[in-house]
Write a protein that binds this ligand. Structure first.
Ligand code: GRG
Length: 288
């Protein structure tokens, strides 16, 4: 996995040279290249590899997805959203570059990412079109943005659905969508058939929920050093999370049931990397 992360980091650096006007490129590059786990690009590359495709052809898409993820983190940290001063163990983008540049850096990453897929993917036009379609679908108002909007509404006490349904909607869209995007694009590059795509979707759906439940639990039990961002914020602000709605024990049970579905699916494929990622999450929650 470290080899894959090193490759992603090298390409992210290469795809984002600092040119005139430097302020915007510096702000874009700042959050993208801060130390993150690179889970989404790794899952994209690994899905292509485990399904028999050429991993190198997935590099532009994997990097574009990390840029979209970084964009969502930059905007999420803004004072008008989550108002967080730290991200990835460092000051948030707007703390370093100011709010206007942080908004623009997010916008620029969001638009540069599909440009990268189109310009750098050595794939057929038909495949590139499918990739850009996935990117816009999961990154937009039908998924990622919808999740953020409902999250903000729920913080203000606005509930159109039950708290349980609302929470699942937020998590599926705010977090699950980018894992779906990562694995689905990886599968498209490997030319996966409809049956495999169905399994990939089911894996990503359950992984996304498990990952966000993990994130909710970690916000309560972890430290700034481990997470690289402010901890205990969800609890202190009375935010709707798996931990606040179900309690820590039940949240852990729900995490386990989603992660067990992931184990069952990934067992059929030869992926030490993805098995390793789910092992790591599970072991961190064992005994806490
Ligand atoms: C697409 C225009 C547009 C806006 C996006 C701001 C926003 C709308 C969505 C926020 C989405 C968000 C911040 C979700 C949280 C997901 C999450 C658990 C992030 C942390 O992921 P990790 O732990 O982080 O993988 P690293 O830093 O390791 O990459």
């Amino acid at each position: 996995m470290q080899t894959m992360i090193d490759l992603i980091d090298k390409k992210l650096d290469e795809y984002l040279p600092i040119i005139y006007p430097e302020d915007i490129f510096k702000a874009m590059k700042y959050t993208v290249t801060l130390p993150g786990k690179r889970l989404r690009p790794v899952m994209c590359l690994e899905t292509t590899r485990m399904l028999g495709g050429d991993m190198n052809k997935a590099i532009p898409t994997a990097c574009a997805i990390e840029m979209l993820h970084a964009q969502s983190l930059i905007h999420d940290d803004l004072p008008c959203m989550d108002n967080d001063d730290f991200r990835r163990g460092n000051p948030s983008n707007h703390k370093v570059f100011g709010e206007a540049n942080a908004v623009l850096a997010g916008d620029a990453l969001l638009t540069f990412a599909p440009q990268l897929i189109i310009e750098k993917s050595e794939l057929s036009p038909e495949t590139v079109l499918k990739l850009v379609h996935e990117f816009t679908k999961w990154g937009g108002a039908y998924a990622l943005i919808a999740g953020q909007v409902v999250d903000i509404e729920s913080e203000k006490g606005k509930f159109v659905k039950s708290p349980e349904e609302t929470l699942q909607f937020i998590h599926n869209n705010k977090t699950g969508a980018l894992f779906k995007l990562s694995m689905r694009t990886g599968a498209i590059i490997a030319n996966a058939d409809a049956e495999v795509m169905k399994e990939i979707d089911r894996f990503a759906q359950n992984f996304g929920l498990a990952f966000q439940i993990y994130d909710d639990i970690m916000d309560e039990i972890s430290s700034f050093e481990e997470l690289g961002k402010t901890v205990g914020k969800d609890k202190n602000s009375g935010k709707l999370t798996y931990a606040s709605l179900y309690g820590l024990e039940e949240a852990k049970n729900k995490f386990s049931s989603h992660i067990n579905i992931c184990y069952d699916i990934i067992e059929k494929y030869d992926s030490e990397i993805i098995s390793g990622i789910i092992n790591k999450l599970s072991s961190r929650l064992t005994g806490v």
